[in-house]
Design a protein. Structure first.
Lengths: 196, 129
């Protein structure tokens, strides 16, 4: 375990070397790593999935995926919260000599919250729509890499967050199959207001 | 202006832009603010781009200003719901004369390809009486 943690710290230091060298890159990383830009962008991307299909049957599939993605996002956030309460890990800027590009959060570094949320959302879409899912996965990957460059997470925090997101997405997909009458009811309700 | 209100307004504007873009792709003419595809795409970009730039520069403008996660989720949901409602109302007003409620109804989102939200709503719920 000690070796794994040292490797993790080594990779974090190596990736964080990119920070503080070139101001345009720093500004880019600040924008991509913050809690808003890509998280809001990906969440709003679900609106494109919801409204954006011209074909009726494909639209229904995408709307089911958007619902699964929303559920995954919420459940992944909850799972990450409980895991971070159980396994506290200090942030890289508290332990090693990294350059920090954003504010300094005081909560646990492990597992990465934003990675859990974004990978949960992305995997939920990817499981049913590979093409759209790839875009969401790329967004999640960029955000996660930016968080490591910004000195806010260790790479292993990101991997753990992505794993949590992936598992939650699989669980949600299974749950949606089990609870399909309830999901159908929800879609029928949306149809009553011409939203599905 | 408080950070929460700022966040709400930015999400509202961005969501309206994303919905315009998506409705254009999905052919949901009843939701569009303009029936000219190019103009509508430009409108979608001009609605979504400034708030997305604001989100990109959030920590530059507010170095320690963050919104707590649960509050962010609540505000986001509220803003998206408001954006959807506003889009339906504005789409109905702008397209009232351009689209006709004589189109065949399927009683789902497909109706918004040829009717506005209010036309579809009236056809489904009020004409039956």
């Amino acid at each position: 375990m000690e070796t794994l943690i040292n490797i993790d710290k080594g990779i974090a230091l190596f990736v964080n070397n990119l920070a503080g060298r070139w101001w345009p890159l720093d500004e880019l990383v600040r924008g991509l790593a913050n809690d808003y830009f890509l998280v809001v962008g990906a969440s709003l991307g679900l609106l494109v999935l919801w409204f954006g299909s011209p074909d009726g049957s494909k639209r229904e599939l995408n709307q089911r995926l958007a619902l699964q993605a929303m559920a995954s996002l919420g459940l992944a956030a909850a799972a990450v919260y409980f895991l971070s309460e159980a396994f506290f890990r200090s942030r890289p800027f508290d332990e090693i000599a990294v350059t920090t590009l954003l504010y300094r959060p005081t909560d646990s570094s492990f597992p990465a919250n934003a990675a859990g949320i974004l990978f949960g959302l992305a995997f939920a879409v990817w499981l049913g729509n590979r093409q759209a899912g790839k875009i969401f996965l790329i967004v999640a990957g960029i955000h996660s890499l930016a968080r490591v460059i910004a000195g806010m997470h260790y790479p292993f925090d990101i991997v753990a967050g992505a794993a949590v997101g992936g598992l939650i997405a699989l669980g949600v997909r299974w749950l949606f199959n089990v609870l399909s009458p309830l999901v159908n009811l929800l879609l029928r309700l949306a149809r009553a207001f011409f939203l599905a | 202006m408080s950070l929460t209100l700022e966040y709400f307004l930015f999400v509202l504007a961005a969501a309206m832009g994303f919905i315009q873009f998506a409705a254009g792709r999905g052919g949901l003419r009843g939701l569009l603010f303009s029936q000219n595809p190019r103009f509508n795409r430009a409108l979608a970009v001009s609605l979504a781009l400034p708030p997305m730039v604001a989100f990109f520069t959030w920590n530059y403008r507010n170095p320690v200003g963050i919104i707590e996660g649960a509050q962010q989720a609540g505000m986001f949901s509220l803003a998206v719901l408001a954006a959807m409602s506003l889009t339906m109302i504005m789409g109905s007003v702008f397209n009232h004369r351009r689209l006709s409620s004589d189109a065949k109804s399927t009683s789902c989102m497909e109706d918004l390809k040829n009717m506005t939200f209010f036309q579809a709503f009236r056809k489904r719920y009020l004409w039956k009486r």
